[in-house]
Design a protein around this ligand. Sequence first.
Ligand SMILES: Cc1ncc(COP(=O)(O)O)c(C=O)c1O
Length: 400
Amino acid sequence: MSLKISRIVNGLQPSATLAMSAKAKELKAVGKTVYDLSVGEPDFKTPAHICAVAAAVMQLGRTHYTVASGLPELKKAVAESYQNQYGFEYSPSQIVIANGAKHAIHNSLTATLDPGDEVIIPAPYWVSYAELVKLTGAVPVVVQTEESNDFKIKPEQLAAAITPQTRMFLLCSPSNPTGCVYSPDELKTLAEIVVKNDLMVLSDEIYDQLIYSGVAFASFPTLLPDLHERTILINGVSKTYAMTGWRIGWSISPPDVAKKIGELQSQETSNPCSISQYAAIEALTGDQTCVAEMRAEFEKRRNYVQRRLAEIPDVTFPKIGGAFYAFFNIKPYLGRKYGGVTIDTSEQWCLELLTQKNVATVMGSSFGTEGYVRASFAANDTILENAFDRIRDFLVEAKS
Ligand SMILES: Cc1ncc(COP(=O)(O)O)c(C=O)c1O
């Protein structure tokens, strides 16, 4: 029999953010200057003290298999970081270290969902959620949120989406792609619905260290006593410590669930890279000045990006409370002609912006919400200034 692709994998959408980054790289490779706002990773170098530990452990020969679910010292460091941040005590037996947060999400979903289970995902959503749910045979149930509510799901929307098949609610705060942050009170109201309906929650808090001044953040499972039993918390070092390439993330769940996630991982990938795990211990236990410095730089850029977007007539966006994304509304500009090309969708808009102005962004449709565009501000001041000059020109030069 010749090779065939399985039905589940055939139904997967490739990551649109990675696809836009790849297109931007193609243009760069042929010598074009591209102002790239498509990427979802900090543009800073991994701090030197973290790299130094990685180099040292390599020399020491700590280059072999570790416990499949992660080094005990790293689990301890993760637990201590939660104790320090949120005053909440997790046991290392609740923690599974994975090859990045994406892997932690995949394994958590695989360990807890059965075919036919429904998972409620508010849109706009991070590109991988629905696809990772589909890989388990479960069904993503997408609930469209509104810009007027800062793209947060309303309690009545959550309640209305629940059916007898609903097993899980998937939450991302601070949000990729919108930068919006649920307030502790908003989360508590959602938590009450979750408990009342006996749902599991996957709370992706990968941007919890990138919260801007005056914005209140709460880690979801700390809000009500019942939540720990039903929540899988996701986090990692990728965004907080500019360590995307090291591939270290984790899940925190009740010990019996964590045990199963660890067993799954032991059959699937074994341990995450040993050197990266030691580097992650240094990230979590070493000097945290780098985190404050990167956050301050992102906040400065957030202020700049909000100002630039606000200056463009008829472009709206919700206030960015965390993460490093702006999600702006281009609906008034659809149906217009851009350099002779009529643009009707966010996908066409992003592709033409890249072709005509050499600025890479990502279309809202790939996050489940048409009519919007995501611009990452994980880029330096020069790139941001050039990119937003061009975005403004592209929009205001469009002819109706
Ligand atoms: C919301 C969200 N969750 C998870 C991830 C994945 O993180 P990692 O690179 O650690 O797999 C990302 C990365 O873009 C993200 O934005």
